[in-house]
Design a protein around this ligand. Structure first.
Ligand SMILES: [Fe+2]
Length: 125
């Protein structure tokens, strides 16, 4: 299955909003490619294929980062969220205790109920 890059073909250039939406689709495609290549690495014992796939996977990670930076230039709200996200995550991790997980599982932060809310993460009571 391939992605249709445009909902419809239009005889004009994209608006700024449409361009930002297109870049978000590009980010999603790069993430999907990264997961696909990792799945293929995991599914083979051919070391040559693993090496090439890992190289390409890592290039996709670079593309993801570059597209995110481009999106930040095009979408000021997204740029603001990228700036505040590290602080939000640091707050989550400092206020909660991170449960130990088995290899490959996503860590989950826990905290006493009522102490951390979406509003508190945004600096609001
Ligand atoms: Fe790519």
């Amino acid at each position: 299955m391939s992605t249709d890059p445009f909902i419809t073909l239009v005889p004009r250039k994209m608006s700024a909003s449409e361009l930002a939406r297109a870049i978000r689709l590009d980010i999603a495609s790069e993430i999907d490619a990264t997961n696909l290549y990792q799945a293929h690495i995991d599914a083979t014992d051919d070391e040559r294929a693993k090496a090439v796939l890992a190289h390409i996977r890592d290039e996709e990670k670079e593309h993801i980062a570059e597209f995110i930076q481009l999106l930040a230039l095009l979408d000021p709200t997204q740029a603001q969220e990228l700036q505040t996200a590290p602080g939000n995550i640091a707050q989550i991790l400092s206020e909660g205790e991170v449960e130990p997980t088995a290899a490959g599982e996503t860590p989950r932060a826990t905290w006493p109920r009522g102490q951390l809310t979406v509003g508190s993460l945004m600096g609001k009571p």
